[in-house]
Ligand binder design. Structure first.
Ligand code: ACO
Length: 401
C-alpha cells in the first residue's frame, strides 16, 4: 500500500516518535547493536575481537566495503589513500580566515565542506568507481584537515604527513612535528589511539550518522554529507561529550575532588546539569566500548607512568553513581566517552581536539553508511510532523496589529 492511500484510508494518521526513540530509519548490514546485552559488532565481527586483533585502516575497509581486506586489497586501499593525501593549497587561504580561537570542530566541518569546491566531480557520484574515488579522497584528507585545525589554533606552520608511516603515527606527526623537532610517538600511544579509533568507527544510526545519511539522501555529495555529520557530532550530548567529561572531571578536581555534590546536581530535576559521559540512548546495561576503554585507560596511564588524579575521580564517580538508585532505575552507565578523554589527555591530545579525534574515528562509519544508502538507492529522507500551531488565520494589516 502506498503512503498516499494509507493516509487517505486512515484519515492522515502518522506516527510521532520524538528523538526517534523506537523508529528505524533504514535497513542496514553494517553494524549490529544489542543495547540490552551490550553487544556491538561491525559486519558481524565483535568489537572486542576487532579492538584486540585488527587495526583502524583494516576496520575502516571492513566497514566501508563489507569484508576484511585481503593483503592485496589492503595494499591497494593504502596506496590509493597515499595518492590523495595532499590538500589543495587554496584550502589554506580558507583556514587563514578563521580566528585562532575557532573551535577545531567548526574549522573541520567548514574545510570538509570546502573540499567539494576543489573536487566538483565528487558531488553527485553514482557509479561505484566515482564513489570509490570520493571515499578515498575524504579518507586521505580528513586527517590532514584535522591536524591543520589544531596547528592553526596553536599558530604552527601547516604540515603534510609522511606516507611511509602508519595511519596513527602519520596523524600524530602532522599534529606535533615542530619546525626544529621531529615528533616520535611512543608505541603505547600509537596502539591506544588506534584502539580508540576502532571503538568509535561506527555505531549504527546515531545522531551524526543519521545526519550523514539524511543529508546524502538528497544526493548532496559525500564531503558535504560528512561535513553535516561533523557538525552533528560536535554537540555535548553526542561526540562533544568527551570534551565535556574531562572539563567536568577537572572542575570536580578544582572543587576539592568531592563528586557527591555533582551526583546530587545530576539528580536534581531543577538543575540542568547532567553527569557527562553517563547514559546512552541504546545501551541499557553497559556500553561495551566503555568497558574496553576503561581497561585501556588504566593500561595507558600505567605504561606511561602517569598518575592522573582525574582518573581516580572518574573511578569514584562511576562507582558511586552505579550504586545510586537514580542512575540504576534509569539504566545510566558510563558511555564510551567517560574514559576516552582521560586517554586522549594522557596521550598529549589537547582538549579542544578530543571531539575531532572522535570524528576521525567515526569517518569510516559515516562513509560506509553513506555508501550503503546510495547503493540501496534509498529515497530522500523527509519525515512528517504533527502540526500543533494555529489553525487558518486571516492576515491582519500592520496598522491594525
Ligand atoms: N545525568 C543525569 N541524568 C541523566 C543523564 C545524565 N547524564 N542522562 C539521562 N538522564 C536522565 C534524564 O534526566 C531522564 O530522567 P527522567 O526520566 O527522570 O526525566 C532519564 O535519565 C532518561 O534520559 P533521556 O534524556 O530521555 O535519555 P536519552 O536516551 O534521550 O539521552 C543521552 C541519552 C543524550 C546520551 C543522555 O543520557 C545524556 O545527555 N548523557 C550525557 C551526555 C553524554 O554523555 N553523551 C554521550 C553519549 S555517547 C555518544 O554519543 C558517543
Amino acid at each position: 500500500i502506498d503512503i498516499s492511500t494509507l493516509r487517505a484510508v486512515t484519515g492522515g494518521v502518522t506516527t510521532i516518535d520524538a528523538g526517534f526513540k523506537n523508529t528505524s530509519s533504514c535497513e542496514s548490514a553494517i553494524t549490529f547493536l544489542d543495547g540490552e546485552k551490550g553487544i556491538l559488532r561491525y559486519r558481524g565481527y565483535s568489537i572486542e575481537e576487532l579492538a584486540k586483533k585488527s587495526n583502524f585502516v583494516e576496520v575502516s575497509y571492513l566497514l566501508i566495503f563489507g569484508a576484511l581486506p585481503t593483503c592485496d586489497e589492503l595494499a591497494k586501499f593504502k596506496a590509493d589513500i597515499r595518492k590523495q593525501s595532499l590538500v589543495d593549497e587554496d584550502i589554506k587561504k580558507i583556514l587563514d580566515g578563521f580566528p585562532k580561537s575557532a573551535h577545531p570542530m567548526g574549522v573541520l566541518s567548514a574545510l570538509t565542506s570546502a573540499l567539494t569546491a576543489f573536487s566538483p566531480k565528487s558531488v553527485d557520484v553514482d557509479s561505484p568507481e566515482e564513489m570509490y574515488d570520493a571515499i578515498v579522497k575524504i579518507y586521505a584528507k580528513l586527517p590532514v584537515l584535522a591536524s591543520w585545525a589544531y596547528r592553526k589554533e596553536e599558530g604552527l606552520p601547516l604540515e603534510y604527513g609522511d606516507n611511509s608511516l602508519g595511519y596513527v603515527e602519520n596523524f600524530l606527526k602532522m599534529m606535533f612535528d615542530l619546525p626544529n623537532e621531529v615528533y616520535k610517538p611512543n608505541p603505547v600511544i600509537i596502539k591506544a589511539l588506534d584502539k580508540l579509533l576502532i571503538l568509535h568507527a561506527d555505531h549504527e544510526q546515531n545522531c551524526s550518522t543519521s545526519t550523514v545519511r539524511i543529508a546524502g539522501s538528497s544526493h548532496a555529495g559525500l564531503f558535504a554529507s560528512i561535513s553535516a555529520g561533523i557538525s552533528a557530532l560536535w554537540g555535548r550530548l553526542h561526540g562533544g561529550a568527551n570534551q565535556a567529561v574531562i572539563e567536568m572531571l577537572e572542575e570536580i578536581k578544582e572543587d576539592g575532588g568531592g563528586y557527591e555534590k555533582y551526583i546530587a546536581k545530576a539528580k536534581d530535576k531543577n538543575d540542568p546539569f547532567r553527569l557527562m559521559g553517563f547514559g546512552h540512548r541504546v545501551y541499557k546495561n553497559f556500553d561495551p566500548r566503555a568497558n574496553i576503554i576503561k581497561v585501556a585507560a588504566e593500561e595507558v596511564l600505567a605504561d606511561l607512568g602517569i598518575d592522573d588524579p582525574v582518573l581516580d575521580i572518574a573511578r569514584g564517580l562511576s562507582t558511586v553513581a552505579l550504586e545510586d538508585e537514580y542512575f540504576k532505575s534509569r539504566n545510566l552507565y558510563p558511555n564510551v566517552d567517560f574514559y576516552s578523554g582521560i586517554i586522549y589527555r594522557a596521550l598529549g591530545i589537547p582538549i579542544p581536539m578530543f571531539t575531532v579525534m572522535f570524528a576521525l574515528g567515526r569517518l569510516p562509519g559515516w562513509i560506509a553508511q553513506w555508501r550503503e544508502m546510495r547503493l540501496r538507492k534509498e529515497p530522500i529522507g523527509r519525515p512528517r510532523q504533527l502540526y500543533i500551531g494555529a489553525t487558518g488565520r486571516p492576515f491582519i494589516e500592520k496598522e491594525e496589529r
